[in-house]
Design a binder for this molecule. Structure first.
Ligand SMILES: Cc1cc2nc3c(=O)[nH]c(=O)nc-3n(C[C@H](O)[C@H](O)[C@H](O)COP(=O)(O)OP(=O)(O)OC[C@H]3O[C@@H](n4cnc5c(N)ncnc54)[C@H](O)[C@@H]3O)c2cc1C
Length: 372
């Protein structure tokens, strides 16, 4: 009898403790982990849909989004074809960024002429054959000779329409400034071990939410719920150079490497691809190789200003990963943007937000349930 009474008292104290603990928790609708291009653009879209958010992001100056050149290019050189899902979203990219530039009262997106500089006759002929193809004719055409001042093109060049550059740093900063007054923002490492499920909620430190979306870039490899997905990191080096004189017209130039103005008077040159590498230390041999190649087709003196390296969150089959964990309900992923984050977020972030808030379906090719 006495034991039963003690158990009842202990149970009462425990329930009281749980009730007080729950009351003390601050509630948000959704926790976003990681504020690169994926997490930040998702936060913008979710805010439009009236969601209260906690964003947890440890700012890493070498994160893929902060290193990225922000190139938006509709053509895949291999096979000279349009990029994946071109017709679904590509031409709407400028409108997407124009909308957010207006909302955020900032400037971070510029359309630019694009030029593919052919490294040999064979490549030139592959491109020329595609000029009249119905899929390509509004995108590519022979370049006008006087548009390539100080850019050597002995094998010819192709003009590529619909190219642009996103200034990723400016976009991330403007978005954070806009979100901050009404979004909780923790600049610290998210500790996966501190996330616990309580009934239908997820509790993290002194927060509770119905959903947690992981947008961790390649750091997903440390995520206990999603690291089983097929991520294959690709490290890449990117250089900032300064021309002694402004002698090259502002455009995206692509040979084997590319060259693009950074919007602040310098130019970016890149990039290298090291499959499987998680090494964020810039490699001198990569810089030397990029600069040597550049000198072969650009007739202007320049100096090296900066050299960075980041890790792209690339995935098997090059299709992003969006969706909910198959057994841990309320845990979601938005990742795998590979080397196309600047274009893909304009399509995928509104899609992910509508999936989370309005129960709209995801595109079948990006849904993680494609793996069954
Ligand atoms: C050299 C290079 C050049 C590139 N050039 C282009 C280009 O020209 N055009 C283009 O479209 N794309 C380019 N990319 C690819 C582009 O950068 C990616 O597609 C995109 O930035 C990925 O964004 P993300 O938000 O998924 O990941 P990330 O940018 O990696 O962001 C993840 C964020 O989450 C944070 N985080 C992760 N784990 C945690 C945790 N546990 N706790 C707290 N915070 C955490 C990270 O610190 C980071 O801030 C390039 C990439 C590289 C490396």
């Amino acid at each position: 009898m006495k034991i039963q009474k003690n158990i009842a008292i202990l149970r009462f104290i425990w329930l009281k403790f749980v009730a007080i603990y729950k009351e003390r928790l601050k509630e948000v609708d959704i926790i976003i982990v990681g504020a690169g291009l994926a997490g930040t653009s998702l936060a913008l879209e979710l805010s439009l849909r009236k969601q209260n958010l906690l964003v947890v992001d440890l700012p890493n100056p070498n994160s893929s989004s902060r290193v990225a050149a922000g190139i938006v290019n509709p053509v895949v050189p291999k096979g000279v074809r349009t990029t994946w899902q071109y017709h679904a979203f590509f031409k709407a990219i400028p409108a997407y960024y124009a909308y957010w530039e207006k909302q955020l009262n900032a400037s971070f997106f510029n359309s630019l002429p694009g030029f593919q500089i052919h490294p040999d006759d064979h490549t030139a002929s592959q491109w020329q054959k595609r000029y009249s193809h119905p899929e390509m004719q509004e995108i590519i055409a022979a370049a006008e000779p006087d548009s390539l001042n100080n850019v050597n093109h002995p094998f010819g060049a192709t003009r590529v329409n619909h190219c642009a550059k996103l200034n990723t740093q400016a976009f991330l900063t403007a978005a954070k400034n806009w979100l901050s007054p009404f979004t909780e923002w923790d600049e610290e490492a998210f500790l996966h071990a501190s996330l616990i499920r309580v009934d239908n909620e997820w509790h993290y430190k002194n927060w509770k939410a119905k959903a947690v979306v992981f947008c961790e870039g390649i750091n997903v490899l440390n995520n206990p719920w999603f690291r089983h997905l097929h991520f294959h990191p690709t490290a890449g080096d990117l250089l900032t150079i300064r021309f002694e004189q402004a002698v090259i017209p502002e455009a995206l130039y692509k040979n084997r490497e590319w060259l693009i103005p950074d919007g602040a008077g310098n130019w970016l040159v890149g990039s290298t691809f090291h499959k499987g590498s998680l090494d964020e230390t810039p490699k001198q041999e990569d810089a030397e190789m990029l600069l040597q190649r550049l000198q072969q087709w650009v007739s202007a003196d320049f100096t090296l200003v900066k050299h960075l390296r980041g890790i792209r969150p690339t995935v098997e089959g090059r299709r992003p990963y969006l969706g909910e964990h198959n057994s841990e309900k309320g845990l979601f992923i938005y990742n795998g943007l590979g080397s196309k984050g600047s274009s893909l977020i304009s399509w995928l972030s509104p899609m992910m937000a509508d999936y989370l808030v309005n129960e709209q379906p995801l595109h079948a090719e990006v849904d993680i349930n494609r793996y069954g």
